[in-house]
Write a protein that binds this ligand. Structure first.
Ligand SMILES: [Zn+2]
Length: 250
């Protein structure tokens, strides 16, 4: 990780922390003022429905794609399910260390299905979205790409058309990857169609990140490096902070 990116990440996290602290302190100051307290109590009684809780952060639901018997794309003896899980676990650790709530759809090498119908794959995909149903959250699915032409490389982010903030999150990630990790990456974010089930069905801001091409020898070697996967997680984390600042959720 270069110094410029480390500084950038520090700056984003500092800005995020300061914004959250300013809002929190402002709420404390206002609530503790004796002059305002009576008016506030009266207003609260009269307009209880309009009262707002102090700002809270959305939970980050992190979805390492595939797992278990579903290895996903594979090339050169590498299955994407393992790379996906590694990046997701690093990202979850960064979120937790920063006080941002997160949930992992899987933290082991498993598919998410029970008995009966529908098919195991459909149960698996549906269960991944269940974690988004009872919370204010954003959904980030992590995958690796593969293409017949081995020259193809570079991360690409897809977003759900069901929530306007999905595009903002996708753009934050695509830009962060280009600026900090893949300077030559000219790929653009893409709105997902029905072919990407989790984005087609998600109600919350949702993106799917294809981190790289396993079919490209050089990129596959990078993705097999633990240091590179950690760097990729840091870039995703910095983009999440950018998104939270942009959407005033701090
Ligand atoms: Zn995949």
């Amino acid at each position: 990780m270069n110094e410029k990116f480390q500084f950038g990440l520090f700056f984003r996290f500092a800005a995020f922390t300061v914004c959250f602290a300013v809002i929190y302190v402002s709420v404390l100051v206002v609530c503790s003022s004796p002059v305002l307290r009576e008016n506030m109590q009266t207003s609260a009684r009269l307009a209880d429905a309009e009262r707002k809780d102090p700002p809270s952060l959305p939970v980050v639901v992190i979805d390492p794609g595939h797992g278990g018997e579903d290895g996903g794309a594979s090339s050169g003896g590498v299955c994407e399910k393992d790379i996906n899980l590694s990046i997701a676990l690093h990202l979850a650790a960064l979120c937790r260390a920063s006080g941002i709530g997160c949930r992992l759809t899987r933290s082991e090498d498993v598919m998410l299905y029970g008995d009966g119908k529908p098919s195991r794959k459909m149960q698996d995909l549906t269960n991944r979205l269940k974690l988004t149903e009872d919370c204010d959250c954003v959904f980030i699915s992590i995958h690796q790409n593969k293409f017949p032409q081995s020259g193809c490389r570079g991360a690409q982010v897809y977003y759900s058309g069901n929530n306007a903030n999905s595009e903002k999150l996708a753009l934050a990630i695509q830009n962060a990857v280009r600026e900090n990790l893949q300077n030559g990456n000219t790929r653009q974010i893409k709105k997902a169609g029905s072919e990407i089930f989790v984005l087609d069905r998600a109600a919350v801001p949702a993106v799917l990140v294809e981190c790289g091409f396993l079919s490209n020898e050089e990129e596959r070697a990078l993705l097999l490096s633990k240091d590179y996967r950690k760097e990729f997680s840091c870039v995703l984390f910095s983009a999440i902070l950018d998104y939270l600042l942009q959407t005033n959720q701090t």
